[in-house]
Design a binder for this molecule. Sequence first.
Ligand code: UDP
Length: 470
Amino acid sequence: DGGAQRPHVAILPTPGTGHLFPIAELAKLLVDRHGFTATIITFAESANKTQSNILASLPSAITTVVLPPVSLSDLPPDARIETRISLASARAVPSVRSVLLSLRSSTRLVAFVVDLFASPASEAALELSIPRYVFIPTNLQFLTLMLHFHSLHAATNLDFWQLPEPVRLPGFPPIPGQDILHPLQDRKNPCYKWMLEQARRYRESDGILVNSFDAIEEEAAKLLTGGDATGWPRVYPVGPLIRTRGASREEGAYCIRWLDEQPQGSVIYVSFGSAGTLSTEQLVELAMGLEASGQRFLWVLRSPSDANSAASYFTARSADDPLTYLPEGFLERTKGVGLVVASWAPQIEVLGHAATGGFLSHCGWNSTLESVVNGVPMIAWPLFAEQRMNAVMLVDGVGVALRVKGREDGVVERAEVARLVRELMEGERGKELRKRAKELEAAAAKALAEEDGSSSRALAAVAERWKKYG
Ligand code: UDP
Protein backbone atom coordinates (compact mmCIF):
# COMPACT_ATOMS: atom_id res chain seq x y z
CA ASP A 1 0.00 0.00 0.00
CA GLY A 2 3.00 2.28 -0.15
CA GLY A 3 2.67 2.83 3.61
CA ALA A 4 6.26 1.82 4.13
CA GLN A 5 7.30 4.71 1.93
CA ARG A 6 5.62 7.43 3.97
CA PRO A 7 8.16 9.27 6.11
CA HIS A 8 7.98 8.15 9.71
CA VAL A 9 8.88 10.04 12.85
CA ALA A 10 9.39 8.57 16.34
CA ILE A 11 8.54 10.83 19.28
CA LEU A 12 9.40 10.30 22.95
CA PRO A 13 7.45 12.55 25.33
CA THR A 14 8.53 13.15 28.91
CA PRO A 15 6.10 11.57 31.40
CA GLY A 16 3.24 13.95 32.17
CA THR A 17 -0.10 14.57 30.51
CA GLY A 18 0.68 18.23 29.98
CA HIS A 19 3.41 17.11 27.60
CA LEU A 20 1.40 14.53 25.74
CA PHE A 21 -1.30 17.00 24.63
CA PRO A 22 0.92 19.12 22.35
CA ILE A 23 2.84 16.05 21.15
CA ALA A 24 -0.40 14.40 20.07
CA GLU A 25 -1.38 17.57 18.19
CA LEU A 26 2.04 17.74 16.57
CA ALA A 27 1.83 14.14 15.40
CA LYS A 28 -1.67 14.70 14.01
CA LEU A 29 -0.51 17.71 12.00
CA LEU A 30 2.42 15.76 10.58
CA VAL A 31 0.02 13.03 9.51
CA ASP A 32 -2.74 15.28 8.15
CA ARG A 33 -0.74 17.97 6.47
CA HIS A 34 2.55 16.36 5.56
CA GLY A 35 1.81 12.70 4.87
CA PHE A 36 3.81 11.27 7.77
CA THR A 37 3.21 8.28 9.94
CA ALA A 38 4.39 8.43 13.53
CA THR A 39 5.16 6.40 16.62
CA ILE A 40 4.72 7.87 20.07
CA ILE A 41 6.98 6.07 22.53
CA THR A 42 5.94 6.34 26.17
CA PHE A 43 7.51 5.49 29.50
CA ALA A 44 5.82 2.65 31.37
CA GLU A 45 5.81 4.82 34.50
CA SER A 46 3.68 7.52 32.92
CA ALA A 47 0.73 5.27 32.12
CA ASN A 48 -2.54 6.63 33.49
CA LYS A 49 -6.12 6.97 32.38
CA THR A 50 -5.83 10.40 30.77
CA GLN A 51 -2.76 9.30 28.86
CA SER A 52 -4.38 6.13 27.55
CA ASN A 53 -7.45 8.15 26.52
CA ILE A 54 -5.30 10.54 24.53
CA LEU A 55 -3.33 7.74 22.91
CA ALA A 56 -6.50 5.77 22.11
CA SER A 57 -8.02 8.76 20.34
CA LEU A 58 -5.17 9.12 17.85
CA PRO A 59 -5.65 8.34 14.14
CA SER A 60 -4.38 4.96 12.91
CA ALA A 61 -1.32 6.49 11.22
CA ILE A 62 0.02 7.12 14.74
CA THR A 63 1.07 4.02 16.64
CA THR A 64 2.26 3.80 20.21
CA VAL A 65 4.95 1.77 21.93
CA VAL A 66 5.50 1.50 25.68
CA LEU A 67 9.07 1.19 26.96
CA PRO A 68 9.85 -1.48 29.55
CA PRO A 69 9.99 -0.02 33.07
CA VAL A 70 13.33 1.33 34.30
CA SER A 71 14.34 1.11 37.91
CA LEU A 72 15.13 4.31 39.78
CA SER A 73 15.21 2.62 43.18
CA ASP A 74 18.81 3.72 43.74
CA LEU A 75 17.74 7.38 43.80
CA PRO A 76 17.22 9.02 47.19
CA PRO A 77 13.53 9.55 47.97
CA ASP A 78 13.94 13.32 47.79
CA ALA A 79 15.41 13.28 44.27
CA ARG A 80 13.81 16.02 42.20
CA ILE A 81 11.34 15.21 39.45
CA GLU A 82 13.73 16.55 36.78
CA THR A 83 16.44 14.19 38.09
CA ARG A 84 14.04 11.26 37.95
CA ILE A 85 12.93 12.00 34.41
CA SER A 86 16.48 12.67 33.19
CA LEU A 87 17.80 9.46 34.69
CA ALA A 88 14.85 7.44 33.40
CA SER A 89 15.55 8.84 29.92
CA ALA A 90 19.26 8.03 30.15
CA ARG A 91 18.52 4.49 31.30
CA ALA A 92 15.98 4.03 28.52
CA VAL A 93 18.67 4.34 25.83
CA PRO A 94 18.99 0.57 25.18
CA SER A 95 15.24 0.02 24.90
CA VAL A 96 14.80 3.15 22.77
CA ARG A 97 17.56 1.84 20.53
CA SER A 98 15.70 -1.41 19.94
CA VAL A 99 12.44 0.44 19.21
CA LEU A 100 14.25 2.66 16.70
CA LEU A 101 15.96 -0.34 15.10
CA SER A 102 12.67 -2.12 14.67
CA LEU A 103 11.02 1.04 13.29
CA ARG A 104 13.88 1.48 10.87
CA SER A 105 13.34 -2.01 9.49
CA SER A 106 9.59 -1.57 9.10
CA THR A 107 9.21 2.13 8.18
CA ARG A 108 11.01 4.99 6.46
CA LEU A 109 12.24 6.42 9.77
CA VAL A 110 13.51 9.96 9.21
CA ALA A 111 13.77 11.53 12.66
CA PHE A 112 13.68 10.91 16.40
CA VAL A 113 12.09 13.65 18.47
CA VAL A 114 12.53 13.85 22.26
CA ASP A 115 10.58 16.30 24.36
CA LEU A 116 11.93 18.60 27.08
CA PHE A 117 13.62 16.37 29.68
CA ALA A 118 13.74 13.16 27.63
CA SER A 119 16.78 14.41 25.71
CA PRO A 120 19.30 11.97 27.27
CA ALA A 121 17.46 9.26 25.31
CA SER A 122 18.53 10.94 22.05
CA GLU A 123 21.84 9.12 22.53
CA ALA A 124 20.12 6.09 20.99
CA ALA A 125 19.49 7.99 17.76
CA LEU A 126 23.03 9.36 17.71
CA GLU A 127 24.40 5.81 17.79
CA LEU A 128 22.15 4.86 14.87
CA SER A 129 22.80 8.07 12.90
CA ILE A 130 19.12 9.01 12.99
CA PRO A 131 18.57 12.80 13.04
CA ARG A 132 17.81 14.05 16.57
CA TYR A 133 15.24 16.73 17.24
CA VAL A 134 13.96 18.26 20.45
CA PHE A 135 10.38 19.35 21.06
CA ILE A 136 9.96 22.08 23.68
CA PRO A 137 6.36 22.03 24.95
CA THR A 138 6.96 25.39 26.58
CA ASN A 139 8.33 28.57 25.02
CA LEU A 140 11.24 30.35 23.33
CA GLN A 141 12.15 32.03 26.61
CA PHE A 142 12.78 28.65 28.22
CA LEU A 143 14.74 27.54 25.16
CA THR A 144 16.83 30.73 25.17
CA LEU A 145 17.70 30.19 28.82
CA MET A 146 18.74 26.60 28.12
CA LEU A 147 20.83 27.60 25.10
CA HIS A 148 22.68 30.14 27.25
CA PHE A 149 22.77 28.01 30.39
CA HIS A 150 26.40 26.91 30.06
CA SER A 151 27.71 30.43 29.68
CA LEU A 152 25.49 31.75 32.48
CA HIS A 153 26.77 28.90 34.63
CA ALA A 154 30.41 29.62 33.83
CA ALA A 155 30.07 33.35 34.47
CA THR A 156 29.52 33.08 38.23
CA ASN A 157 29.68 30.81 41.25
CA LEU A 158 26.43 32.12 42.64
CA ASP A 159 23.04 30.49 42.35
CA PHE A 160 20.57 32.41 40.20
CA TRP A 161 18.51 33.56 43.21
CA GLN A 162 21.66 35.14 44.68
CA LEU A 163 22.48 37.25 41.63
CA PRO A 164 22.43 40.98 42.31
CA GLU A 165 21.34 41.77 38.74
CA PRO A 166 18.48 40.29 36.73
CA VAL A 167 19.31 37.77 34.02
CA ARG A 168 19.26 39.25 30.53
CA LEU A 169 18.28 36.85 27.79
CA PRO A 170 18.31 38.14 24.21
CA GLY A 171 14.79 39.05 23.17
CA PHE A 172 13.25 39.12 26.67
CA PRO A 173 12.62 41.52 29.53
CA PRO A 174 15.15 41.08 32.35
CA ILE A 175 14.33 38.17 34.67
CA PRO A 176 15.03 38.55 38.41
CA GLY A 177 17.30 35.66 39.45
CA GLN A 178 14.73 34.18 41.80
CA ASP A 179 12.25 33.87 38.92
CA ILE A 180 14.58 31.67 36.86
CA LEU A 181 13.50 28.08 36.22
CA HIS A 182 13.19 26.17 39.47
CA PRO A 183 15.56 23.23 38.76
CA LEU A 184 18.36 25.69 37.95
CA GLN A 185 18.27 27.32 41.37
CA ASP A 186 20.61 25.03 43.31
CA ARG A 187 24.02 24.21 41.88
CA LYS A 188 24.60 21.52 44.46
CA ASN A 189 21.46 19.57 43.62
CA PRO A 190 22.10 16.68 41.16
CA CYS A 191 19.22 18.01 39.11
CA TYR A 192 21.33 21.06 38.18
CA LYS A 193 23.92 18.83 36.47
CA TRP A 194 21.15 17.06 34.63
CA MET A 195 19.88 20.40 33.38
CA LEU A 196 23.35 21.24 32.05
CA GLU A 197 23.29 17.88 30.32
CA GLN A 198 19.82 18.55 28.88
CA ALA A 199 21.01 21.95 27.65
CA ARG A 200 24.00 20.33 25.95
CA ARG A 201 21.71 17.85 24.20
CA TYR A 202 19.57 20.72 22.94
CA ARG A 203 22.59 22.52 21.53
CA GLU A 204 23.85 19.36 19.84
CA SER A 205 20.50 18.43 18.33
CA ASP A 206 19.71 18.77 14.64
CA GLY A 207 16.79 21.08 15.28
CA ILE A 208 14.33 22.28 17.91
CA LEU A 209 10.55 22.56 17.63
CA VAL A 210 8.87 24.88 20.11
CA ASN A 211 5.23 25.14 21.18
CA SER A 212 5.12 28.89 20.73
CA PHE A 213 4.47 31.32 17.90
CA ASP A 214 6.15 34.39 16.44
CA ALA A 215 3.70 37.02 17.65
CA ILE A 216 3.86 36.13 21.34
CA GLU A 217 7.69 36.10 21.51
CA GLU A 218 8.42 38.35 18.58
CA GLU A 219 11.97 39.48 19.34
CA ALA A 220 13.19 36.04 20.29
CA ALA A 221 11.51 34.44 17.29
CA LYS A 222 13.45 36.81 15.04
CA LEU A 223 16.70 36.05 16.83
CA LEU A 224 16.30 32.27 16.91
CA THR A 225 14.78 31.46 13.53
CA GLY A 226 17.59 32.92 11.46
CA GLY A 227 18.82 29.42 10.50
CA ASP A 228 22.51 28.56 10.51
CA ALA A 229 23.53 32.19 11.09
CA THR A 230 22.32 32.01 14.70
CA GLY A 231 25.00 29.49 15.63
CA TRP A 232 22.29 27.38 17.29
CA PRO A 233 20.41 24.41 15.89
CA ARG A 234 17.49 25.45 13.70
CA VAL A 235 14.50 26.54 15.75
CA TYR A 236 10.93 26.03 14.57
CA PRO A 237 8.08 27.75 16.47
CA VAL A 238 5.16 25.49 15.52
CA GLY A 239 2.53 26.46 18.10
CA PRO A 240 0.19 27.09 19.67
CA LEU A 241 -0.44 23.34 19.73
CA ILE A 242 -3.29 22.81 22.14
CA ARG A 243 -6.14 20.39 22.45
CA THR A 244 -9.08 21.49 20.39
CA ARG A 245 -11.49 19.90 22.84
CA GLY A 246 -11.18 18.60 26.37
CA ALA A 247 -12.33 15.19 27.52
CA SER A 248 -16.02 15.11 28.36
CA ARG A 249 -16.76 14.45 31.99
CA GLU A 250 -19.85 14.80 34.12
CA GLU A 251 -18.55 17.58 36.34
CA GLY A 252 -17.45 19.35 33.16
CA ALA A 253 -20.97 19.64 31.84
CA TYR A 254 -21.99 21.17 35.15
CA CYS A 255 -19.37 23.96 34.88
CA ILE A 256 -20.53 24.82 31.40
CA ARG A 257 -24.20 24.89 32.40
CA TRP A 258 -23.29 27.28 35.21
CA LEU A 259 -21.30 29.51 32.84
CA ASP A 260 -24.25 29.55 30.43
CA GLU A 261 -26.20 31.47 33.07
CA GLN A 262 -23.57 34.16 33.68
CA PRO A 263 -23.28 37.47 31.82
CA GLN A 264 -20.74 37.76 29.02
CA GLY A 265 -17.13 38.26 30.12
CA SER A 266 -18.11 38.41 33.80
CA VAL A 267 -16.41 35.34 35.26
CA ILE A 268 -12.82 34.92 36.36
CA TYR A 269 -11.62 31.33 36.02
CA VAL A 270 -9.19 30.29 38.79
CA SER A 271 -6.94 27.28 38.29
CA PHE A 272 -3.39 26.21 39.06
CA GLY A 273 -2.97 23.54 36.39
CA SER A 274 -3.03 19.80 36.70
CA ALA A 275 -0.80 19.66 39.77
CA GLY A 276 -0.58 23.04 41.49
CA THR A 277 -1.60 23.27 45.13
CA LEU A 278 -1.62 26.06 47.72
CA SER A 279 -1.00 25.95 51.46
CA THR A 280 -4.04 25.94 53.74
CA GLU A 281 -3.36 29.54 54.73
CA GLN A 282 -3.02 30.62 51.11
CA LEU A 283 -6.20 28.83 50.12
CA VAL A 284 -8.13 30.79 52.76
CA GLU A 285 -6.62 34.11 51.62
CA LEU A 286 -7.56 33.34 48.02
CA ALA A 287 -11.10 32.43 49.02
CA MET A 288 -11.58 35.60 51.09
CA GLY A 289 -10.03 37.69 48.31
CA LEU A 290 -12.33 36.27 45.66
CA GLU A 291 -15.31 36.90 47.88
CA ALA A 292 -14.21 40.47 48.65
CA SER A 293 -13.69 41.23 44.95
CA GLY A 294 -17.42 40.89 44.38
CA GLN A 295 -16.65 39.34 40.97
CA ARG A 296 -18.07 36.12 39.61
CA PHE A 297 -15.63 33.23 39.71
CA LEU A 298 -15.19 29.60 38.72
CA TRP A 299 -12.54 28.06 40.95
CA VAL A 300 -10.91 24.67 40.51
CA LEU A 301 -10.07 23.80 44.08
CA ARG A 302 -7.54 21.20 45.12
CA SER A 303 -6.72 20.10 48.67
CA PRO A 304 -3.85 22.14 50.09
CA SER A 305 -0.23 21.03 49.85
CA ASP A 306 -0.12 20.64 53.61
CA ALA A 307 -3.33 18.58 53.63
CA ASN A 308 -1.61 15.63 55.24
CA SER A 309 0.24 17.67 57.82
CA ALA A 310 -0.28 17.34 61.55
CA ALA A 311 -2.37 20.50 61.56
CA SER A 312 -4.93 19.13 59.15
CA TYR A 313 -4.82 15.79 60.94
CA PHE A 314 -6.01 17.46 64.10
CA THR A 315 -8.78 19.37 62.36
CA ALA A 316 -9.91 16.03 60.91
CA ARG A 317 -10.22 17.36 57.38
CA SER A 318 -10.09 15.01 54.49
CA ALA A 319 -7.42 15.38 51.83
CA ASP A 320 -9.98 13.86 49.47
CA ASP A 321 -12.47 16.66 49.90
CA PRO A 322 -10.93 20.05 49.16
CA LEU A 323 -14.18 21.86 49.96
CA THR A 324 -13.61 21.19 53.67
CA TYR A 325 -10.63 23.59 53.59
CA LEU A 326 -12.72 26.60 52.60
CA PRO A 327 -13.44 29.27 55.23
CA GLU A 328 -16.56 28.79 57.31
CA GLY A 329 -19.69 29.86 55.41
CA PHE A 330 -17.80 30.70 52.20
CA LEU A 331 -19.91 28.53 49.91
CA GLU A 332 -23.18 29.91 51.27
CA ARG A 333 -22.03 33.52 51.06
CA THR A 334 -20.76 33.22 47.49
CA LYS A 335 -23.63 31.12 46.22
CA GLY A 336 -24.79 32.35 42.83
CA VAL A 337 -21.65 34.46 42.39
CA GLY A 338 -19.05 31.75 42.50
CA LEU A 339 -18.78 28.10 41.59
CA VAL A 340 -16.16 25.94 43.27
CA VAL A 341 -15.37 22.62 41.61
CA ALA A 342 -13.19 19.97 43.20
CA SER A 343 -9.87 19.28 41.47
CA TRP A 344 -10.79 19.48 37.79
CA ALA A 345 -12.67 21.60 35.23
CA PRO A 346 -13.00 21.34 31.44
CA GLN A 347 -10.51 24.16 30.95
CA ILE A 348 -10.55 24.36 27.16
CA GLU A 349 -14.33 24.76 27.16
CA VAL A 350 -14.27 27.16 30.12
CA LEU A 351 -11.73 29.48 28.50
CA GLY A 352 -13.64 29.33 25.24
CA HIS A 353 -16.94 30.24 26.93
CA ALA A 354 -18.32 33.74 26.35
CA ALA A 355 -18.97 34.23 30.08
CA THR A 356 -15.27 33.85 30.94
CA GLY A 357 -13.52 37.21 31.04
CA GLY A 358 -10.32 36.52 32.98
CA PHE A 359 -8.03 33.73 34.13
CA LEU A 360 -6.16 33.60 37.43
CA SER A 361 -3.48 31.13 36.39
CA HIS A 362 -0.31 29.44 37.58
CA CYS A 363 1.17 30.30 34.15
CA GLY A 364 1.78 26.75 33.00
CA TRP A 365 2.46 27.07 29.30
CA ASN A 366 -0.52 25.00 28.15
CA SER A 367 -2.82 27.13 30.27
CA THR A 368 -1.19 30.30 28.96
CA LEU A 369 -1.65 29.27 25.33
CA GLU A 370 -5.23 28.18 25.98
CA SER A 371 -5.95 31.58 27.52
CA VAL A 372 -4.30 33.48 24.70
CA VAL A 373 -6.04 31.62 21.84
CA ASN A 374 -9.33 32.50 23.51
CA GLY A 375 -8.40 36.15 24.03
CA VAL A 376 -8.62 35.91 27.84
CA PRO A 377 -6.30 38.18 29.91
CA MET A 378 -4.65 36.78 33.02
CA ILE A 379 -3.61 37.24 36.61
CA ALA A 380 -0.23 35.54 36.90
CA TRP A 381 0.19 33.48 40.06
CA PRO A 382 3.19 31.28 39.32
CA LEU A 383 4.07 28.34 41.58
CA PHE A 384 6.95 26.19 40.29
CA ALA A 385 8.89 24.89 37.26
CA GLU A 386 9.29 27.68 34.67
CA GLN A 387 6.09 29.41 35.75
CA ARG A 388 7.78 32.41 37.40
CA MET A 389 9.73 33.12 34.21
CA ASN A 390 6.53 32.82 32.23
CA ALA A 391 4.92 35.33 34.56
CA VAL A 392 7.73 37.86 33.97
CA MET A 393 7.34 37.48 30.23
CA LEU A 394 3.53 37.71 30.29
CA VAL A 395 3.54 40.81 32.48
CA ASP A 396 6.63 42.74 31.29
CA GLY A 397 6.98 41.42 27.75
CA VAL A 398 3.72 40.28 26.21
CA GLY A 399 1.55 42.60 28.32
CA VAL A 400 -1.34 40.25 28.83
CA ALA A 401 -1.25 39.70 32.60
CA LEU A 402 -1.11 41.29 36.06
CA ARG A 403 1.11 39.60 38.61
CA VAL A 404 0.25 38.89 42.24
CA LYS A 405 2.64 40.21 44.83
CA GLY A 406 3.12 38.08 47.93
CA ARG A 407 4.31 38.97 51.39
CA GLU A 408 7.88 38.31 52.47
CA ASP A 409 6.90 34.69 53.20
CA GLY A 410 5.26 34.35 49.79
CA VAL A 411 1.64 34.37 50.93
CA VAL A 412 -0.63 36.53 48.77
CA GLU A 413 -3.08 38.30 51.04
CA ARG A 414 -6.83 38.61 50.49
CA ALA A 415 -6.71 42.36 49.86
CA GLU A 416 -4.17 41.85 47.07
CA VAL A 417 -6.33 39.13 45.50
CA ALA A 418 -9.43 41.30 45.65
CA ARG A 419 -7.61 44.32 44.20
CA LEU A 420 -6.14 42.41 41.24
CA VAL A 421 -9.34 40.54 40.43
CA ARG A 422 -11.28 43.81 40.36
CA GLU A 423 -8.57 45.49 38.29
CA LEU A 424 -8.58 42.70 35.73
CA MET A 425 -12.34 42.37 35.47
CA GLU A 426 -13.42 46.02 35.77
CA GLY A 427 -10.38 48.32 35.80
CA GLU A 428 -8.66 50.37 33.11
CA ARG A 429 -5.59 48.12 33.15
CA GLY A 430 -7.91 45.16 32.67
CA LYS A 431 -9.27 46.78 29.52
CA GLU A 432 -5.78 47.19 28.07
CA LEU A 433 -4.87 43.61 28.88
CA ARG A 434 -8.11 42.38 27.31
CA LYS A 435 -7.33 44.32 24.14
CA ARG A 436 -3.86 42.79 24.01
CA ALA A 437 -5.31 39.31 24.61
CA LYS A 438 -7.69 39.81 21.68
CA GLU A 439 -4.78 40.85 19.46
CA LEU A 440 -2.91 37.70 20.43
CA GLU A 441 -6.00 35.59 19.80
CA ALA A 442 -6.03 36.88 16.24
CA ALA A 443 -2.27 36.48 15.88
CA ALA A 444 -2.41 32.88 17.11
CA ALA A 445 -5.11 32.02 14.57
CA LYS A 446 -3.00 33.66 11.87
CA ALA A 447 0.12 31.70 12.89
CA LEU A 448 -1.80 28.46 12.46
CA ALA A 449 -3.48 29.36 9.15
CA GLU A 450 -2.82 26.42 6.88
CA GLU A 451 -1.69 28.37 3.84
CA ASP A 452 0.60 31.05 5.14
CA GLY A 453 0.74 31.04 8.94
CA SER A 454 4.22 31.38 10.46
CA SER A 455 3.83 28.22 12.53
CA SER A 456 2.41 26.24 9.61
CA ARG A 457 5.36 27.33 7.50
CA ALA A 458 7.81 26.36 10.24
CA LEU A 459 6.26 22.91 10.49
CA ALA A 460 6.32 22.54 6.70
CA ALA A 461 10.00 23.49 6.71
CA VAL A 462 10.93 20.88 9.29
CA ALA A 463 8.77 18.26 7.53
CA GLU A 464 10.55 18.97 4.23
CA ARG A 465 13.90 18.66 5.94
CA TRP A 466 12.92 15.33 7.47
CA LYS A 467 11.70 14.00 4.14
CA LYS A 468 15.15 14.68 2.68
CA TYR A 469 16.79 12.48 5.33
CA GLY A 470 14.78 9.49 4.18
N1 UDP B 1 -6.46 21.21 32.84
C1 UDP B 1 -7.82 20.99 32.72
N2 UDP B 1 -8.61 21.11 33.83
C2 UDP B 1 -8.11 21.47 35.04
C3 UDP B 1 -6.74 21.72 35.17
C4 UDP B 1 -5.93 21.59 34.05
O1 UDP B 1 -8.31 20.67 31.63
O2 UDP B 1 -8.89 21.57 35.99
C5 UDP B 1 -5.61 21.09 31.65
C6 UDP B 1 -5.36 22.44 31.03
O3 UDP B 1 -6.36 22.73 30.07
C7 UDP B 1 -3.98 22.29 30.42
C8 UDP B 1 -3.30 21.28 31.31
O4 UDP B 1 -4.34 20.60 32.01
O5 UDP B 1 -4.07 21.79 29.10
C9 UDP B 1 -2.34 21.93 32.29
O6 UDP B 1 -1.16 22.24 31.64
P1 UDP B 1 -0.26 23.46 32.07
O7 UDP B 1 0.94 23.45 31.19
O8 UDP B 1 -1.03 24.71 32.09
O9 UDP B 1 0.13 23.20 33.57
P2 UDP B 1 0.72 21.94 34.34
O10 UDP B 1 -0.44 21.09 34.66
O11 UDP B 1 1.71 21.27 33.41
O12 UDP B 1 1.34 22.57 35.54
